[in-house]
Design a protein around this ligand. Sequence first.
Ligand code: E4P
Length: 311
Amino acid sequence: MQIFIDTANLDEIKAAMAWGVIDGVTTNPSLIKREVERLKAAGQAVDMDGHVRAILRAAGAENPVSLEVTATDAAGMAQQGKLLFQKYNGVMGNVVIKIPVNTYMGNGFEGLKAIKALEDAEIPVNCTLVFTPEQALLAAKAGATYVSPFAGRVDDHIRSQAGIAFEKGDYFPVEGWAAEDEEGGEDTLDDEGIVSGVDLVAKIAELFEKHEVDSNIIASSIRNPRQAREVALAGADIATIPFSVLKGMMLHPKTKEGVEKFTADAVPEYQELIGRQAPQPVLERAAPQQPSPQPQQRPQPTAYDLANKRQ
Ligand code: E4P
């Protein structure tokens, strides 16, 4: 599985690239907003054009960088996508245009039409905001080079619909969340048969394999290291991972303990052979977040919920 870094922060991209494990970068307007606000808060001038060029250079020619459009109609998205590609692909030849699968405008197919227009112009597309296998299939058929199922936001949606409180980095079980049903038994919460974000990725991977769909699955909206492991096992081609989660993927208390013991055990005779090093800062792994073992009461859908399902 390839690993992309999900950020618009140049320092994070440069640091992660230096680890030798990053195969690409994904951005979105919210990540760019966060970075612009961070720069402004630090009293730095914002040069958006220079920033985008610096991201493309930091990623390198071999590593795709997704830049997202903000228009919501097919013509506008295609126009912005072409503009971004023409303006920036010359920097390193690594620009991919991110298009939402559906902008809920027009007849609902604006995203697919924009994907087709860009792919016809030989501009690679990363289709974003994918929440069902059927959206992924249609995006791939329209020509998307990448489809991005939002694993973490599926988990958020399932928990929110059921009124379950959670923090953004909380773990959500792959096999779904057991909740109390109307008869007092246990039932697994789901979103139209999808029981977790990892399940969404697994079902898209199964569908693509069964029908030999060659679009690449980018597991997105990754919230914790265990979810990164699980989307890899579920068959994602790529996971795009925030910097903090990437750092968390490297931590284990027994690794820390082992290094401390080996360091303490180094006898002077051995140390003289290889030299000593200055003390380094110590990193700690965050306490694992586990879901409550208690079944949760499932709130009943209102007439509004039922009438507006999937609209
Ligand atoms: C990446 O392509 C997505 O835009 C991103 O992973 C969304 O993550 P979030 O749900 O944590 O905002």
